[in-house]
Structure formats: structure tokens, C-alpha cells
Ligand binder design. Structure first.
Ligand SMILES: [Zn+2]
Length: 228
């Protein structure tokens, strides 16, 4: 999984917030164009140059720079391929480029809210997406009815790329927000009375209790309780 900060490897050392924002816009532009199979030669060259500034021997950046200088129609598919490969190691798409990831996180929020209800809490939580602040990629986060959030960076857009990651990330953030709201551990294993944690288990998203040898209490979204 790609995570926070990888894009910074491509920011020039003298770079400040404005450079980061400019790089983010450039990367987003090239990403969307490359996905559509038609990369703008100037934008592709700028991206390659940013990479070469920090990694002068990078083969993808070298090839992309040469292709974008030639700028011939027949090279477009290859430019798109190389640009996407370069971006994959250097930059994380956000909800602007991948709106489906936000939809997937919203679906996960609905499932997690079933567990909120099943544990006797009367109010659902909300998923919110932070505005992009001064060049920082906007993450999503869970908010309670009184406006409490977890004390973390929130949910990375790429966590929405698959349903299991989405459930684990939203459940984890909801747990943090609810514990701030309730000032109590949530949720609690009914057998061991221990706080449980969201995690991957056998390709599913579960609430995991550390009691005994460790066991899944329930699939996330299927907490036993009212209505089950
Ligand atoms: Zn347990």
C-alpha cells in the first residue's frame, strides 16, 4: 500500500509548501491523462525532470524525458505506461483522481455504523473528506455526532482501493473517534471484555480480540447484538 509522504521523495530539497502543491497538481494531471492514454508532453517532461532531480539515473524518468522531448503520436501509449509506473513509486492518487475510492469508504462507513448500532449506540458516525490544505493530500476521517475525530492522520484515499482495506481503515478510525466521544473502550469482546481491533484476517475485515490465543469476534459490519 502506498502511504503518506512518498510523494515528498520527488520534491526538490529547497521545496516548500508551494512546490509540494505544484508537484501534486502536476502528478494529478499526468495521472489522469496517462489513464486516458494521452499524456501532455510538457507535463510528462516536468514530471520526469522532477524525478531526475532526485534520482539522476532513474530509467523510467530517463525514458519519459526522452519520449516527451520527441513528443510523437506513436509513443503516447508507451509514455502513458512509463508515466504511470513512475507515479506509482512516487505519488498517491487522491479522491479527486479516484472518486470511486471515496465511494468505497462511504460503503464501509455504512457497514461500520451497523456495528455502532449493534453495540447500543444510538447515533451513527459520518465519513468526511478533509479539504486539501496547502498542498497536503486530503484524507478522509470519521466524525461522531458531537464532532469528535480520532487523533490520527485519518484514512488514506488508497485505503478505498479494495473493500477489505476500506473496512479495516474506516473501522479503525471510527474506533478512535468513538473512544474520544465516549471516553470508553469501543467495541469490547463480549467473552473476554477486552477492547478489540480492526484487522485483516483470512482475506476478510474482522474485529480481533487478543483474548486466549486471539480470535475474531465478528466480521466488521456484523457485530452480534440488536437486530442480529
Ligand atoms: Zn475475546
Amino acid at each position: 500500500m502506498l502511504h503518506l509522504g512518498q510523494g515528498r521523495s520527488l520534491i526538490p530539497h529547497h521545496g516548500g509548501v508551494d512546490d509540494y502543491a505544484a508537484f501534486d497538481r502536476l502528478a494529478g494531471t499526468v495521472y489522469l491523462a496517462a489513464r486516458a492514454g494521452a499524456v501532455d508532453c510538457t507535463a510528462a517532461f516536468d514530471l520526469a525532470a522532477a524525478k531526475l532531480e532526485v534520482s539522476p539515473l532513474d530509467p523510467d524518468a530517463t525514458e519519459l524525458a526522452l519520449l516527451s522531448l520527441e513528443c510523437v503520436e506513436a509513443s503516447q501509449p508507451r509514455m502513458a505506461e512509463v508515466a504511470l509506473r513512475l507515479l506509482a513509486t512516487a505519488w498517491d492518487p487522491g479522491f479527486t483522481e479516484e472518486p470511486g475510492w471515496l465511494v468505497s469508504l462511504e460503503d464501509a462507513m455504512r457497514l461500520v455504523n451497523r456495528d455502532v448500532t449493534a453495540t447500543g449506540i444510538r447515533h451513527p458516525c459520518q465519513l468526511r473528506a478533509r479539504d486539501d490544505q496547502a498542498g497536503r493530500r486530503g484524507n478522509a476521517y470519521v466524525e461522531t455526532w458531537d464532532g469528535y475525530n480520532s487523533a490520527t492522520a485519518g484514512i488514506y484515499p488508497a485505503d478505498g482501493a479494495d473493500p477489505v482495506s476500506a473496512l479495516v481503515a474506516v473501522a479503525d478510525d471510527a474506533q478512535g473517534a468513538l473512544m474520544e466521544q465516549l471516553w470508553a473502550v469501543w467495541p469490547v469482546c463480549p467473552v473476554h471484555h477486552l477492547g478489540v481491533h480492526a484487522r485483516h484476517h483470512n482475506e476478510a475485515a474482522v474485529w480481533w480480540c487478543a483474548g486466549d490465543e486471539g480470535h475474531p469476534v465478528a466480521a466488521i459490519g456484523e457485530w452480534p447484538g440488536e437486530g442480529h
